[in-house]
Design a protein around this ligand. Structure first.
Ligand SMILES: [Zn+2]
Length: 315
């Protein structure tokens, strides 16, 4: 059996697995990022794990794709720099190092691009020509598949929808600017609003936080499900801000599908109504009729499946 390797390199975990040509994950496992703190231990750990998974499946590993969080020259398989990952990851020719160790073709790209490729091939974007992927979490990232190809831009930084501007003022973004979409809809933005809501009397939310001992977007979603008016208001505002950002994308690119993923997307039913209402105000009518804005489908397998898709691109 021929299989392809997908590696999802995150700040906490390295998820890796073997994938069939039909996009099915045959086996998968997780390594801890802190136990593979530099390019050398990463390559050794990933290579030996993939080899042993392939041995167990009696499979032939044909090629491997890696998604990593940062700025990456996908054409050369080279990492310029990573974010939220410890260790000296600057100017690392990761694809070449992996190829030397594994003896098969390897490709590297930005993690959001890789997940978008997975969703486009086997998830919510299947069968489309033009899909835009947006991930909502600690950061707000984006990736573009246009004419069935990832659009990476001149230096590989294309798709940064989180730092497109939707307001002249507003809270300060992690990038240091004001008015970025990310500053309105990221996990931190939601939690900041939730803390204010608790001070303003969001009683269900306050009770849930006291019981759980922590405040997360998931807790804000549960408060909304229980009818907390201020929690519902937070999600409405997330939908409005997201709608403004996505309306710009619709007017600019005329995509067929916009796919919303990431942890915050689990609250989809609370922000989707105001998102769609905002689109009908800010997006042009004809391209809005042509697009569907939907939730991602592959969840935590997206990075592994996308990694395999990236490997095929390289093969
Ligand atoms: Zn920003």
């Amino acid at each position: 059996m021929n299989l392809w390797g997908g590696v999802d390199f995150g700040g906490t975990n390295i998820k890796l697995g073997l994938v069939t040509r039909q996009g099915r994950v045959i086996s998968q496992t997780t390594l801890l990022t802190r136990q593979h703190p530099d390019p050398d231990t990463f390559v050794q750990g990933v290579a030996s794990t993939l080899r042993s998974l392939a041995r167990t499946q009696r499979a032939h590993l044909l090629a491997v794709g890696v998604g990593a969080p940062g700025l990456i020259d996908a054409e050369r398989g080279r990492i310029h720099q990573l974010v939220n990952v410890p260790g000296g990851w600057r100017g690392i020719p990761l694809a070449r190092l992996m190829e030397q160790t594994l003896g098969c073709p390897c490709a590297v790209d930005n993690d959001v691009n890789v997940v978008a490729l997975g969703e486009w091939s086997f998830g919510a974007g299947r069968g489309t020509k033009h899909s835009v992927y947006v991930t909502l979490g600690t950061g707000v990232g984006g990736a573009l598949v246009i004419n069935g190809r990832l659009v990476r831009g001149m230096i590989g930084s294309a798709g940064e929808i989180g730092h497109t501007s939707i307001a002249l003022t507003g809270p300060r973004c992690a990038c240091g600017r004001r008015g970025c979409l990310e500053a309105f809809v990221s996990t931190q933005a939601i939690l900041r609003r939730a803390r204010r809501a608790i001070r303003e009397g969001a009683s269900v939310l306050r009770r849930l936080v006291a019981r759980e001992g922590r405040l997360t977007p998931e807790v804000v979603a549960r408060a909304a499900a229980a009818g907390d008016r201020l929690a519902c208001q937070i999600w409405r505002e997330v939908g409005v801000s997201l709608g403004r950002g996505i309306a710009n994308v619709i007017n600019l690119l005329n995509p067929e599908r916009i796919i919303i993923g990431g942890g915050v997307a689990n609250a989809w039913r609370f922000f989707a109504p105001s998102l769609h209402a905002t689109l009908s105000v800010y997006a042009f009518e004809a391209p809005l009729r042509a697009v569907r804005v939907v939730r991602a489908q592959l969840n935590d397998r997206a990075g592994i499946i996308g990694g395999a898709c990236l490997a095929w691109e390289r093969e």
